[in-house]
Design a protein around this ligand. Structure first.
Ligand SMILES: Cc1cc2nc3c(=O)[nH]c(=O)nc-3n(C[C@H](O)[C@H](O)[C@H](O)COP(=O)(O)OP(=O)(O)OC[C@H]3O[C@@H](n4cnc5c(N)ncnc54)[C@H](O)[C@@H]3O)c2cc1C
Length: 308
């Protein structure tokens, strides 16, 4: 059986749940996975044990305190054994996977949404077409969230590789806008607002619904570009984050092709827009032709009573 190397996804200092889905992807490929955990504190690797994984390697180094593409790729590359590299399809992990692929001379397939034996399916041309790529050896791939079921957790058999002294550069500090909300890239349910929300203050209506559903709040690029208070980290689309939730609720978003590129593979799409001809309705499973001012209070109270 060939080997695969899963790069664990780290979120807010712990192992993100998508890592368990990567294990299922590795098993679907017929490979024997090793999980590599980039970390500053090797104890987080204890949470990276899964059924079907025989080995977990904590790659410990100061460079992992903040993201820096070249030092992360260098440190992971020198600690990880050979095999098919599997990462989550988040912007950061796609970047690391591509850099490791370049270092190892491997092909790369990004945004995999299906695996059949060694055949991988992924979107191209902003999601307008799908391609199937047949692997014939080692490669690097990134896999979208919510495609594979999560592998069951089990005890981790952790070995630690200390890379602290071995990198040329490290980012000392990243000043980011603090947010306690769930990131869109990790969420199973997303409610996003567009320019039709009228002002950033009105995103509080989306946040109330997100709190009821345990959802993340996203935004279109027009919203992010228009209002400083809506951070770029919330942007969904071709030049933002690619998401694959079970439910995507688009509010006051027209449905431009660049927005669709980031969310069209969502399992269910619900659109709220006052314009019945808005392109988003051609891609929505359920559409509400109304203003958000009319819709969101009713939705919030209906969902609150359903969930209570
Ligand atoms: C190279 C490139 C990359 C891009 N990347 C991205 C990307 O990653 N993500 C992205 O989103 N866009 C991206 N864009 C921009 C994209 O083309 C659109 O301009 C953008 O998605 C529009 O955002 P929007 O739908 O919020 O705004 P608008 O197009 O202004 O649409 C607002 C919608 O809100 C509706 N509306 C207005 N008032 C209300 C109300 N009260 N209640 C309900 N509905 C209302 C309107 O009917 C309209 O449909 C990119 C563009 C380019 C050129």
């Amino acid at each position: 059986m060939s080997e695969s190397i899963i790069i664990a996804e780290i979120s807010k200092g712990s192992i993100a749940s998508v890592t368990a889905e990567l294990v299922s992807a590795a098993i679907a490929l017929g490979t024997s996975p090793t999980v590599v955990v980039p970390c500053t504190d090797a104890s987080i690797a204890d949470g990276a044990g899964y059924d079907g994984v025989s080995r977990t390697i904590a790659v410990k180094g100061d460079c992992f305190a903040n993201y820096d593409a070249s030092s992360w790729a260098a440190a992971i590359d020198s600690a990880a054994p050979s095999g098919i590299i599997i990462a989550a399809a988040t912007p950061q992990s796609k970047d690391v996977a591509a850099r490791i692929a370049a270092r190892r001379g491997l092909s790369i397939v990004q945004d995999v949404v299906a695996i059949d034996g060694m055949n991988l399916t992924s979107p191209i041309y902003s999601g307008k077409a799908m391609q199937t790529v047949a692997l014939s050896g080692d490669a690097a791939i990134s896999v979208r969230a919510n495609v594979f079921p999560a592998a069951a957790s089990s005890g981790a058999n952790v070995s630690v590789v200390d890379q602290s002294g071995d990198v040329a550069t490290a980012v000392q500090e990243i000043i980011a806008r603090a947010s306690t909300r769930l990131d869109v890239a990790e969420a199973n349910i997303i409610i996003s607002g567009g320019r039709g929300m009228g002002s950033p203050d009105n995103f509080s209506h989306l946040e109330k619904i997100a709190d009821v559903l345990g959802a993340a709040v996203g935004a279109s690029r027009a919203a992010v570009d228009t209002w400083d208070a809506i951070p770029h980290s919330m942007q969904v689309g071709q030049t933002g984050k690619t998401v694959n939730p079970n439910l995507y609720i688009a509010v006051g978003i027209s449905g431009a092709i660049q927005h669709l590129a980031g969310m069209r593979s969502s399992k269910y799409i619900v659109a709220v827009n006052k314009d019945a001809d808005a392109p988003i309705f051609s891609h929505a499973d359920y559409g509400i032709v109304a203003t958000w001012e009319e819709t969101l209070p009713i939705l919030e109270s209906a969902l609150s009573s359903m969930m209570s």
